[in-house]
Design a protein around this ligand. Sequence first.
Ligand SMILES: [Zn+2]
Length: 209
Amino acid sequence: MTTAAPTQLRVPYVIAHADEVAPQPLWFVRRPLGGMQLAYKDPRRGDAVRGVLRVRVLTNRRGAPQWRKLNTLRQWRCMERMRCQVCGKAATDPATGRIPWIMTDTAFREIPDEPTGGLASAPPTCWACIPEALATCPQLRISSTVCTVARAEPVAVLADMFTPGPGRRAIPTGERNVEISLKDETVLPYALATQLIVHVHDLQPAVRD
Ligand SMILES: [Zn+2]
């Protein structure tokens, strides 16, 4: 690396911090209609969202920033409520109703036969934060396009996979960041979701003075 980081680099809202890790014991429970389902040993309301178990993390933003990792709860909130991944505030442009979004090779995928749609795993970025995001994030400097989208809805998760072991223990299969459709009811019971993926609609290159 030849580029020195700015001295006062703001840690983006979605980035995970070291002290937010909250390991929780998992196991498999029998489902009422047959089959097994990954669950926490001390179940709480809200563990499962959109039909999939979500990893439990804290949101205190304490400890060293984990620059390659996103905080699951904040990432989820950004995706469901169209919050800016840098400042955490509403990302939608009030003047146009459109949502500014930096699309990168790693966090965006086209959908065949849908020229203005796609799948995004990184949340939007508000206009105010876009210059800072482009200037400071090494990944964005390599390959990114500033776009706007009309709307976005959750369609899939990225998840770590588990399989039932003796005593219904949850054994990690070693598969991480597996993309699973929210409609895939055969695989979702074995998944621990870490990120939400949205389907963006009416994606256009940004035109802005
Ligand atoms: Zn922002």
